[in-house]
Design a protein around this ligand. Structure first.
Ligand code: 1GP
Length: 238
């Protein structure tokens, strides 16, 4: 059995930063998986996240199996809803949208996911997911029908993250939304990371290697890159 969460904890204790590539199954051409996997293998990526707010295609199983042929990195589901669960992955971020007040994304989808998860051996990692306002409406906001938190109120983001930690979440994910105009403010990342004990994931709108470094320096333990790599497979080239 894998233990991806313990590895994340160990990395955090050693201050080793982690980097996840987010692959949206809707945007991936299965014919290109070999090249994509090769690029990932040549990059500093430590985890592959799979998911999206609204995945329409039904290729998640095939996508994961193809990646696994070419790549040994842990594959973690990052699902927008229970239809995106695949037993071919290694783990799942079992998300609850703490910033929103839509009960579907707070608990309904999670209840519906249980019978599906029971048939898998996925490692389940309880994750408090917090959407931060990022300049324009993002897919998460649209699909979840929730409002993001005020980007100028880091204290409230921290209060929300602390609630997740107290409820037993094992990770906190500060999310600006895929393709976000503005990424999560560094000052907010620092305040949250300094006041929670569990690892902190940050993603959304991070477009350069310098920005990744800034987000790590601010206190993120794991950074997620989706759009920047999707648009340019050579993103990580020196
Ligand atoms: C989205 O945080 C991830 O859930 C990645 O966002 O596509 O903007 O990199 P980007």
């Amino acid at each position: 059995m894998t233990n991806i969460y313990n590895q994340i904890l160990q990395s955090k204790s050693k201050n080793e930063k982690l980097l996840a590539i987010l692959l949206d199954p809707d945007k991936i051409d299965l014919e290109n998986i070999e090249v994509l996997s090769q690029k990932i293998n040549q990059s500093p990526t430590t985890h592959i996240f799979i998911g999206g707010s609204q995945v329409n295609t039904n290729i998640i199983d095939e996508l994961i199996l193809k990646i696994k042929q070419a790549c040994t990195l842990p594959i973690v589901l990052f699902p927008g809803n229970p239809s995106q669960i695949s037993d071919k992955a290694d783990a799942i971020l079992f998300l609850t949208l703490l910033s929103g007040r839509n009960s579907d994304y707070l608990i309904e989808h999670q209840v519906n996911a249980v019978p599906i998860l029971k048939k898998t051996n996925l490692e389940i990692i309880s994750t408090g997911y917090i959407l931060i306002e990022s300049g324009t409406e993002t897919a998460v906001e649209r699909v979840s029908k929730t409002k993001p938190l005020d980007r100028n109120n880091p204290e409230y983001a921290l209060q929300t993250a602390k609630a997740g930690e107290m409820l037993g979440n094992k990770l906190i994910y500060l999310e600006a939304g895929s393709g976000a105009k503005l990424s999560v403010p560094l000052q907010m990342i620092t305040l949250v990371s300094q006041n929670i004990k569990i690892p902190l994931i940050v993603g959304g709108g991070i477009r350069s290697k310098q920005e990744i470094q800034n987000v790590f320096n601010a206190g993120a333990d794991l950074v997620v890159i989706g759009t920047a790599f999707e648009n340019n497979l050579d993103f990580f080239n020196p």
